[in-house]
Design a protein around this ligand. Structure first.
Ligand code: GAL
Length: 513
């Protein structure tokens, strides 16, 4: 099923899962299906709802009744729908009568819903996996891990609680609310590093060092391991390492114009000028997920101040008033003049898509973009990912992992998930599809694509710098201030104001300036 067609459904499910109280069991009433429908190519739940009830949004009863039917008679109805975005050809669906559908919709309020109504009463409980992985590559990655989990624990109802919005722009606030309300997911996605502070781990999370140490502790790079401990405990079980400072290049556009991929800022602007003169968008950029501009600026900053300077900015040994920071702001401002007009309205993956489809030549993004190229069936002949201009030798680290709420409704299922993701099999399937390397050092890179092979090799020889914009390097409040300042600067281009604000934000975070 096409993701775009169903995005509203996914978002609705996501919102629903974000605000619903802990899942309660559905009344497992006798299940009456007026129609038993076998999915054919082109079917979507909303099309079926339209056919059955004349309402494209009335797909919830079909989802729920198919799940009830599955609990009642798994032989006749072997499929469960855990994500309304995903139904496959051959699946057998239970279509309730108009009256049952209407009755269901009357008690199912998408703004105050009951997850149990959608899923029935599973035999071994549920596993709600809170995350924001809903783009093509992201979902392919996590879905590979879901398949492994379902194989190992077939009695568990696994719920993809995906809250759309790259970088966690919508997920993180909802997750804080759920934790505080005592209504958490069983496990939730977070970044290694200081991001955990926003989740008040001593109050809401279970330490996970036992799981990390037993599962991957002996094969985890030190640069990552040292990011995991806060207040004497580990709170995150990592499953990957991303590189945040990559330049993605459409090879054909560059070759057709006799250009080679730029490795320095000067080369970047020469290439960008040549492309612009031919009416080609040199640099695709998004903005809708709020991190695209800030991350691009962070990459430019790293390329300007170098790895020692960047670590210095994190700890105050380099000041944000430094002329190099002014230089970085000016370079970024100049870069913006080579981007697409609709920058602010595109999400990160829509910007990457411009490069995939040959509508723009380059994009600065983390290597989750690789998953989008892979998902679009592009190969090394079509694209490459190289260190962003002036960034060679520095690896801007973004690591995804999962946290374990104290009040996880299904703690055993959660623990099994966390153990599973420390393993090689789960990390390989996840990272090959999502576009990242393993947090274990012993994955088999012969199975990975050319870009990821190069990233794994670079990781070993580069200076590893934790990223600001994805929560690793600095406290959450400071990170938010940093991000807001860059978003404002992206709009108004006021270098002096942005630099003064960066200085103030560091001071506010208690970092001497
Ligand atoms: C990052 C995350 C990545 C990727 C990206 C875009 O914060 O670490 O896994 O999902 O956001 O959504």
């Amino acid at each position: 099923m096409k993701q775009s067609k169903f995005l509203y459904a996914l978002i609705a499910l996501a919102m629903l899962l974000a605000i619903v109280p802990a899942a309660s069991a559905a009344p497992n009433t006798a299940v009456a299906c007026t129609d038993t429908h076998t999915v054919v190519a082109g079917d979507t739940l909303s099309l079926l709802a339209d056919k059955a009830y004349g309402n494209v949004k009335a797909y919830w009863p079909i989802m729920a009744y198919t799940n009830y039917a599955n609990l009642d008679d798994a032989k006749k109805y072997p499929n469960k729908i855990t994500n309304p975005d995903v139904i496959d050809v051959g699946w057998v669906l239970c279509i309730p009568s108009q009256a049952d559908a209407t009755a269901f919709l009357a008690k199912f309020d998408p703004t105050k819903p009951n997850v149990g109504l959608l899923f029935g009463t599973p035999s071994s409980g549920q596993l709600q996996v809170g995350n924001w992985w809903t783009s093509g590559g992201e979902f392919a990655g996590i879905n590979g891990v879901y398949d492994l989990y379902k194989k190992a624990y077939p009695g568990v109802e696994l719920i993809h609680a995906g809250i759309a919005g790259g970088g966690g722009v919508n997920f993180q606030a909802s997750n804080i609310t759920k934790l505080q309300a005592g209504d958490p997911f069983d496990v939730f996605m977070l970044h290694a590093g200081k991001e955990v502070i926003q989740y008040d781990p001593e109050k809401y999370l279970t330490p996970v060092e036992d799981i990390v140490e037993a599962g991957e502790g002996s094969v985890m790079p030190d640069d990552l391991k040292k990011l995991l401990t806060y207040k004497g405990h580990m709170w995150t079980v990592p499953l990957n390492i991303h590189r945040g400072n990559v330049l993605w290049v459409n090879k054909k556009i560059l070759a057709d114009n006799g250009l080679t991929a730029p490795t320095t800022f000067d080369e970047f602007f020469t290439v960008a000028d040549a492309l612009k003169a031919k009416g080609i968008i040199p640099l695709a950029m998004g903005g809708a997920n709020k991190f695209e501009g800030p991350q691009t600026f962070e990459v430019v900053l790293l390329g300007t101040v170098g790895p020692d300077g960047m670590l210095g900015l994190h700890d105050g040994t380099m000041k944000f008033s430094d002329p190099k920071v002014t230089e970085a702001l000016n370079t970024y401002k100049k870069m913006l003049t080579y981007t697409n007009q609709d920058r602010d309205s595109l999400s990160w993956d829509q910007a990457t898509k411009l490069v995939i489809e040959g509508k723009a030549a380059m994009n600065i993004m983390g290597d989750w973009a690789d998953g989008e190229f892979v998902h679009a069936k592009k190969t090394a002949a079509d694209y490459e990912g190289i260190p962003a201009p002036n960034n060679k030798g520095s690896f801007l680290l973004v690591s995804d992992g999962f946290g374990f709420p104290i009040k996880a409704p299904n703690p055993e299922n959660a623990r099994n998930w966390l153990k599973l993701i420390t393993g090689k099999e789960a990390q390989e399937v996840f990272n090959i599809n999502k576009g990242s390397i393993c947090s274990r050092t012993d994955c088999d890179y012969s199975k990975f694509d050319d870009y990821l092979k190069s990233s794994a090799a670079d990781f070993k020889v580069s200076r590893v710098i934790p990223i600001i914009v994805h929560g690793s390097a600095i406290d959450p409040a400071w990170k938010t201030a940093f991000t807001d300042i860059v978003i404002k600067f992206t709009a108004d281009g006021d270098v002096a104001a942005a630099q003064a604000a960066l200085v103030q934000a560091a001071k506010d975070a208690g970092v001497a300036q």
